[in-house]
Design a protein around this ligand. Sequence first.
Ligand code: BES
Ligand code: MN
Ligand code: ZN
Length: 466
Amino acid sequence: MTQAEIPATTRGLLPGDTQAVPVTLVTTGDWAVVESGLEPAQRSFAQAIGFTPKAGSLALLPGPDGSLARVLFGLGDPEAANYDRLLVGKLPGLLPEGIFRLENAAEPHEAALAWLMGSYRFGRYRSGGGTKARLAAPAGIDVAEVERIAAAVALGRDLVNTPANDLGPAEIEAAARALGDRHGATVTVTEGAALAEGYPLIHAVGAASPRAPRLIDLTWGPADAPRVTLVGKGVAFDTGGLDLKPSAAMLLMKKDMGGAAAALAAADMVMGAGLTLRLRLLIPAVENAVAGNAFRPGDVLPSRAGLSVEIGNTDAEGRLILADALALADADAPELILDFSTLTGAARVALGPDLPAFFTEDDALAEAVARAGRTAIDPVWRMPLHAPYASLLDSKVADLNNVSGGPFAGAITAALFLRRFAPNTRAHGHFDLYGWNPSTKPGRPEGGEVQTARLTYALLKARYGG
Ligand code: BES
Ligand code: MN
Ligand code: ZN
């Protein structure tokens, strides 16, 4: 890759003292003061083009020689209920090539992160589409931290955006190994006969693909530190299996490894920051494909946890592979288990694409997660693990069915299914996410998104950041 092709996010911030065009952030409250402080010619220019400080509005102000001398960017009313704390992330998509500095950001860390997140473009298959504006680091922020977070987000987005022909289970493994190498982690992988023997559900779901299923297990950090295990759904592509999805539902299913991408991104942030914990990252990586050896509706499968599972629907594959990974996670009694997955359409119906569902029995964890979501500008919404609905998963022939069969509470029954496989860990949080921005929003370009990764980092940093 040439310098020009390296994604702007990966290029990071420029030194704070770089010669740069000032960007003045203008709220509805302070516009009058800012306006009166402008040079007369620039004030006239701003008036002539009808600039107002409404959220996202832009004015490129010329200097005496006609060159770009100042930028005004409207923030609207920061107290408004729908104020977007990542609004500055809109700027890289608006500004011309050049170097800029944020003159008066009230939250310079958030602004710099939003800028870098908004500079991301998926550039694997064509060059030249990237943003050209660069940011000089605002004073007083931890530049390395912001760059680490943005780079981890970009890594995860790249994985989600990469289509399944170039990202199968082996490539997910390669990404985990590369991440592990970069941070001095240990990565082991279970596949083949050992997978079939120890992880029957992962094996069954992945069996029909020529690209073999596997369980990726990364560990990092001192053995005696508090143990935290992240589990990410790594379905490289979800056809639905024999319960084949219709084409519209299958179209975006390259993103069905969005949970794995979020977990990898969170792990990247945690290891890069050197938090004081023993991190374990488990990724069951499979392709849910169709072939003569595919698992079938009506099959009864054993699981690592010892529970037998009747397959009501092969398209409910995510909970199956997570079940075996959770059983492994649960066995060594970590302080905390968090799992991440693009698990149900029902969660999207309930909360839409931008708000992952979060489930836990642990109220203290729920509060900490909500707080971390606010800190990291990575919101989630808690949904109930309503125990009586567990009976919807009853089976007449096995310990449980993988689906409820009815139209009700699909995200909750999926969460309850997972709970059966990690019975010993009370501090278990489950994120059901979409993994995709359906349209561009500030700091969140259309395409793959690693929802809950920054939240997870904020949560773990608050606990283990020293
Ligand atoms: N990966 C899908 C869930 C999904 C679909 C997430 C669309 C985001 C967008 C999952 O494997 C799935 O197919 N779930 C089924 C479960 C059903 C068969 C009980 C679903 O939600 O329809
Ligand atoms: Mn599915
Ligand atoms: Zn799936």
